[in-house]
Design a protein around this ligand. Sequence first.
Ligand code: HEM
Length: 442
Amino acid sequence: MNHQSTRVCLPPGPRLPKVLQGLGFVLRRQQMMQQLQRAYGPSFTLDLPLHGRTVVISEPTLIKQLFQTKNDIVGLSDFNLGVVLGSGSLFSLDGTEHHRRRKLVVPPLHGRRLQGYEAVVEEEVLRETATWPCGVEFASMPSMTRITLNIILRTVFGAEGTEFDQLRKLLPSLVELGSKIAGIPLFRMNLGAWSPGGRYRAYRRRFDDIVDSLIKKALAAPSLEDRQDVLSLLLQARYEDGKPMTRQHIADELLTLLAAGHETTATTLAWAFERIRRHPTVLYRLAGEAEAGGSELRHATILEVQRTRPVIDAVDRKVKAPFYALGDWVIPQGHTVMASIDLTHNADSVFPHAESFDPDRFLGVNPDTYSWVPFGGGTRRCVGAAFATMEMNVVLRTVLREFELGTTFAPPERAQWRGIAIAPGDDGRLVAHRKTPKRAIQ
Ligand code: HEM
């Protein structure tokens, strides 16, 4: 593009002061974005504190172009979890470094490796559901959070015994505090032991010590090659130049996989229960399918839950080149481009009758890569997408096999932002009646 002759051309947007736009974005994000889409169309420009000028897009053609654009033109947004996860986290890396790291992290989370993790998922579901009250309504979210945390600790960290118990206690507080201070530079500063930044550093030191002890144990194991956990695979992985990942980078990456992977999956599962309880026919068919050993409708239901209730509602990129031509728009360097997952998934032009929860729309159909985007896309697409899908499938399969779930006429639970993910406001209330006798789990 000729820079001299380039004219900036941004989609229209509200003229409210930046602070007010920011307040709306933090407090009533979903409603604000939907109103702006109605007022300005599928693309509009916001001016937000910290993000700056932000072009929001929601048409699959533009999302496709964004996700296919080279990294030196649009890259990592400044506003990401990397600031609290460490310089060795995938969230902190861009360009060649990011590409090299993904080549090491993706294989342990894909393909046949995942089948090996299914038994762990089923075991954790049976252990947790053994405590479920029979026929009494309860919140599914805390239960799903315990399940997904244990799964990641066992399959990713390879933790057991003392380290497993220590991490189970430490990680929820560490991740919660990290997500709260990530967006506020002042809070991240170490202003003493009681300041948020100081407390985060203390948690992080404890985390690094535990990971250090896990690494020592894995390296001392008689057969590191036979271990299946992601930590052991990362210890053996080599970059193209033959170098291993440093211990600090391994610790950063494990924390990243946990922070990005456990709450998002737990929240999607809580939404799944929230949705299917309000759609008795779908629930009835799912239960029949699980008993008969099928999976097609369950798979379609997971896709539809993620379409109608995406737990991450947008992904950001920052313009690195002097100008970026995206469709008809010309966006200057330093601006943010935000692909709105929520607006795309809820557009009738993209998904007919988008409002309705209809898993049949995905029966036997693979969703389009640039219309169905709960895992983002392009070079930064979620590395845990296949892992999360396997997890959600096995959790739902096991619950549907073991329990009869109660339906409800209650209105839908409202979406509520919880720092990382957008969760059902009442934590996905559930009523379950056991169909089969409890199974003993060690
Ligand atoms: C339903 C569950 C999940 C959802 C909805 C989800 C969603 C996302 C989204 C939207 C992104 C940003 C993608 C982009 O910028 O284009 C992302 C990135 C990421 N996710 Fe997930 N995720 C889930 C589960 C997981 C799991 C289970 C793991 C790990 C085991 C994981 C690890 C990551 C990592 C490491 C990144 C950063 C990738 C990079 O920057 O290259 N996620 N995820």
